[in-house]
Structure formats: C-alpha cells, structure tokens
Design a binder for this molecule. Structure first.
Ligand code: ATP
Ligand code: MG
Length: 400
C-alpha cells in the first residue's frame, strides 16, 4: 500500500480547551525535531495533525513518532478525491493486502455532513466492491479481523486500516522542568521518560566517584541520556557531580548500616542546589517501594527530610517486570544492563537499615561539616549535552 499521509491523533490535550494552541504548537515543534532530515511536512489544527510523507516510508516515519508525548495514536492514510471511483479503487487496494479467509468491515466517519452519500451507502458501495472483486474475504460487522476506516472530511477523503498506539500524555515543554537523578540502572531512565510523557522537561544529574567508579560507568549514563534524547526529540543535559570526597567521608564517618541513608541525603542536598540553578521545580528518581533497603517508606521519610522540593517517584508502585518492559520499549534496557556499577562495592553497606531512624542519622551527620564538601561538589559539576556531543562527533568524522 502506498501511503501519502500519517494521521496524528492527539493525547490528553483534547481536554484542555484554553491551552490548546500552546499544546498544538509544542507538539508540532517536537515532531519537527524528531523528523529532521526526512522529506515530510506537518499540517496541524485544533483536533489532529497530518504529516505529508512524500516518498518516505510510512512506518519509518511512525517509528520516530512513537515516543513523542502528546500523540495518542497514528495511522498511515491515503488521501483521495471525494469520488465513488477513487473510494472503491483504494478500498480494494487495502483488501487485496488482507490474508485469505479473513473478515472485514467498512467503518465510516462522515465529518462532511453535506457529502452526497450517507454512511450506509458508503458501506454498501465499498463492501460490495470488495466482495465482487476478491474471493478470499467475507464481511463481519461485529468482530472483523480488519477494519477499513473511511473519513469523509471537507477537503478530501482519508482512508486507513492500521492504527499504531503511541505514548499519549502531553507535549513536552508544557509541564515545567524537573531534575532526574540518573544512576545508570534500569529504573531511573524509565522514571525520567515517564515524567516526560506528562509534558515535563528534564535535566539529569549523575553522581560518580572516580577512581572507585569506572569511566565506563559514567559513559554508560551519557549513552542513556543520548538514547533518551534521541527517542524523545529533546536534548537532555546531564550534570555529572564529582562525589568521591563525599563518598569517602561518608564511608569514614557514618556507621555502615546508616551510610546508605546519609549518602542519599547528601545526593538530594546537592540535587536541590542544582535544581535551584537550573530552575527545576522537582526532583525525580527511580525509587520503587520495598525494592531494596533504601526504598522503604521509613527510608524515604528519612532521606526526604533534607529538602522541601517535591521528590517525585513515578515508578513507586509498579512491578519490576513492568518497569523492565517499559525500559525495553523505551530502548534503554540494553544499555542499563551493561555491567558497570555506579557505586563501588567497597562503599556498599553490608546490611543497610530498612527502617533508619532519622534521629540517629542526624546525630551522626551533625559531627561532620558536609556543607563545604557539598559546595565543592556543586562547583565541580561538569555538564554533558547530547547534541553538542553529536556535533563534535560529526566534526571529527569530517576530519578523517
Ligand atoms: P536504578 O535502577 O535507577 O539504579 P535501583 O533499583 O538500582 O534504581 P538504587 O540504586 O537504590 O535503586 O537507586 C534509587 C534511585 O536513586 C535511582 O533510581 C536514582 O534515581 C537515584 N540514584 C542512585 N544512585 C545514583 C547516582 N549515582 N547518581 C544519580 N542518581 C542516583
Ligand atoms: Mg541502581
């Protein structure tokens, strides 16, 4: 089938009547960016958008749209003149692609109320034409294997058969900005992508402790940010915090079974300072209730105490299996499972408390002046930008 358009159905934004214009233009910007380099043209209006795909392959275009938030679903469509012959010819082309012994149905959406044919006229016209000209199909209006949808609009008729579910949610850039704590594991990239699905822009922060953590561990986080940026069409900045001095101080000064709690508290204090600098209104992490010792409610209570900033945990109640599936769907899984650890095993507490007492944690922390160490860590932040990296790589290739 030779398609000429992709029909884009909007996500939740259909509900927001006042902000509609802003949402449509934000989504258009994201689609333009994701389709850069392809010979396509976007036409959008209040209710839906069409992409004119010229000679591009419809499903290659769709692949680039799948992770753009604000798109509910898409269909590759054929746009035809409003004549009976054109409709019959195109409907038959669709039907010829269906396997033998399958059933079909013609679905009509008659947006143009002045069109000379009524819904059932169109169904008879096209259903009859298909039955007369094929011998491998039958009609089933209740549970068809295939449905050919005919949308009669003012400008033309659009016909399609396939519908691909996309991410839904809201267009990026319409929901403020937040700071993602990105560890390199399976969970935090998924948490970031999930919050982006609701229109929230993110920047990421990663804590590394060289030489105890390897350069490969940091490279892996950069790779994750590259993948996430590529898939969402949004350039995610990654702030890399030198954490060695704090990590060794925590190791020396905080009892082993509370060090996990204190480490997370210090990370969060740094994240809060960084969030203020970049105007982020929340911190996001990949925590999941009960998964590990640091992720019990009591533990979250003790960690959260250092900040007033909302700490959002999009994966809080999900099953691990579902998180893994989301990670595969988003394309971050293969990188996340690379073996490089973001925390050296020597710093991993032998038996972290699942119910750390906030009082005790504070008691030990008060004996150390963390503030100057935290300030030094913040001053030493290096920022990685995926697009800048891509440009540098392109320049390098040109030199070869
Ligand atoms: P993940 O799969 O995201 O690593 P996890 O199940 O391994 O999560 P933890 O390693 O205990 O759980 O981390 C919980 C959350 O704390 C992570 O999801 C991440 O948001 C944050 N975090 C942990 N380590 C780091 C780090 N080195 N840099 C930035 N954020 C971190
Ligand atoms: Mg982890």
């Amino acid at each position: 089938m030779k398609y000429d358009h992709i029909l884009i159905r909007y996500g939740e934004m259909t509900l927001k009547s006042r902000n509609r214009k802003m949402f449509v233009s934000a989504l258009r910007k994201r689609m333009n960016r994701a389709l850069r380099g392809m010979d396509v043209h976007i036409k959008s209006n209040r209710d839906r958008a069409y992409i004119v795909i010229n000679d591009e392959d419809a499903y290659e275009v769709i692949d680039k749209l799948k992770l753009i938030s604000g798109i509910l679903s898409v269909s590759p469509v054929v746009r035809i003149d409003k004549t009976e012959e054109a409709m019959q010819e195109t409907a038959l082309l669709f039907a010829n692609d269906f396997d033998a012994d399958k059933t079909f149905k013609i679905e009509v959406k008659r947006g143009d109320k002045t069109f000379h044919l009524q819904t059932h006229d169109i169904q008879h016209l096209l259903g009859g034409h298909i039955l007369e000209n094929t011998d491998h199909l039958t009609v089933n209006v209740r549970q068809p294997d295939h449905q050919i949808t005919v949308e009669v609009r003012l400008d033309a008729i659009y016909m399609y058969h396939d519908s691909v579910k996309c991410l839904g949610g809201l267009p990026l850039g319409t929901g403020g900005k937040s700071l993602l704590m990105l560890s390199g594991g399976i969970d935090s990239p998924v948490a970031g992508l999930d919050i982006m699905r609701k229109g929230v822009e993110i920047e990421a922060v990663h804590f590394h402790s060289p030489p105890y953590t390897s350069p490969q561990a940091t490279d892996k986080v950069k790779q994750l940010v590259d993948i996430m940026s590529g898939r969402t069409g949004f350039d995610i900045k990654l702030h890399i915090v030198p954490f060695t001095e704090l990590q060794t101080t925590l190791y020396d000064r905080i009892p082993d079974n509370l060090s996990m709690t204190s480490t997370r508290r210090v990370m969060l204090r740094i994240a809060e300072k960084l969030a203020a600098k970049i105007d982020a209104e929340a911190v996001i992490n990949g925590e999941n209730l009960g998964q590990v010792a640091s992720q019990t409610l009591t533990s979250m209570y003790a960690i959260n105490e250092v900040t007033n900033l909302p700490v959002l945990r999009p994966l809080l109640t999900l099953e691990k299996n579902d998180i893994v599936n989301m990670s595969k769907r988003f394309g971050t899984y293969e990188t996340s499972i690379l073996p490089f650890e973001d925390c050296c095993t020597i710093f991993k507490p032998k038996s972290p408390k699942t119910k750390p007492s906030l009082e005790k944690v504070k008691h030990f922390e008060e004996r150390v002046d963390f503030e100057p160490l935290i300030d030094r860590a913040v001053a030493g932040i290096e920022t990685y930008t995926p697009s800048a990296n891509k440009e540098a790589a392109a320049e390098f290739e040109e030199l070869l």
